[in-house]
Design a protein around this ligand. Structure first.
Ligand code: ZN
Length: 245
């Protein structure tokens, strides 16, 4: 990012976004040829990169990503309407969220479909989200209108994560690497919580103090998230380097 203009370098953003899409497909967290990841290049969120309509994430290359300019006022033909509704509105209304990732991973969506949806702090991973998760309880069909996207953006408030009841999850961050590690860890946490719940035994929930301290500890190691992402890119470089093309 250019410190003077707060503009993100498009070439690097394309490579990182393509890498994140490939990693997510490898982890089996994506939904068929749906779901979207986006990166705002401009500080006001009006110009952002997003994956193209109905292309499988396992073969997306940096050059396949679509550059959307909200100032043009029309949806690009190769971007899904729900992507424009959710990502367009979040980038427009929450410009600090430079990266927006939205998924329906199986276990996360199971967690989003329990009454009430939430992430109980029962271990180091799940405590990362303690008091740091907004929850939507108003799912009403596919998010294909700007009004619905604006509603979701409003729910984020000052938080960076939204557990979308009956739907999935949205994660925002300043960089692709931080967002990727966060959405990956979120689904890992959901797997731990659902596995523990599935025993039928009571959860050994952490105290508020321990959960809060753990969340603070996570916030102190953002370099861990970046390292996770950079290591995964090295794996992709060895096994499918065409994501950079
Ligand atoms: Zn969705």
């Amino acid at each position: 990012m250019d410190a003077m203009t707060n503009v993100i370098d498009e070439t690097q953003a394309r490579i990182d976004l393509a890498a994140a899409l490939r990693m997510t497909a490898r982890a089996g967290m994506h939904e068929a040829v749906a779901n979207h990841y986006s990166v705002a290049l401009s500080a006001d969120g009006s110009r952002f990169l997003i994956n193209p309509k109905w292309m499988h994430w396992s073969r997306v290359r940096a050059s396949d990503l679509v550059l959307v300019d909200l100032n043009e006022g029309i949806d690009p033909v190769n971007v899904d309407r729900t992507a424009m509704a959710i990502h367009g509105q979040v980038h427009k209304l929450c410009p600090a969220a430079r990266v927006v990732m939205h998924l329906h991973p199986v276990t996360t969506t199971a967690l989003a479909s329990i009454n009430p949806p939430g992430m109980p702090p029962i271990d180091q991973n799940s405590a990362r989200y303690f008091n740091r998760l907004a929850v939507d309880l108003q799912y009403g069909g596919m998010a294909n209108s700007d009004e619905e996207g604006a509603r979701l953006a409003g729910l984020l408030g000052n938080k960076s994560r939204l557990l979308m009841g009956n739907h999935g999850v949205m994660i925002t961050a300043e960089t692709v690497g931080e967002a990727w590690d966060d959405i990956y860890t979120f689904d890992r946490s959901a797997q731990i919580v659902i596995a523990a719940m599935s025993t039928g035994r009571p959860l050994l929930t952490l105290s508020d103090e321990a959960a809060e301290q753990t969340a603070i500890d996570w916030e102190g190691i953002k370099d861990f998230s970046i390292a996770h992402f950079e290591e995964m890119k090295l794996v992709l470089d060895a096994e499918c380097p065409d994501y950079r093309d």
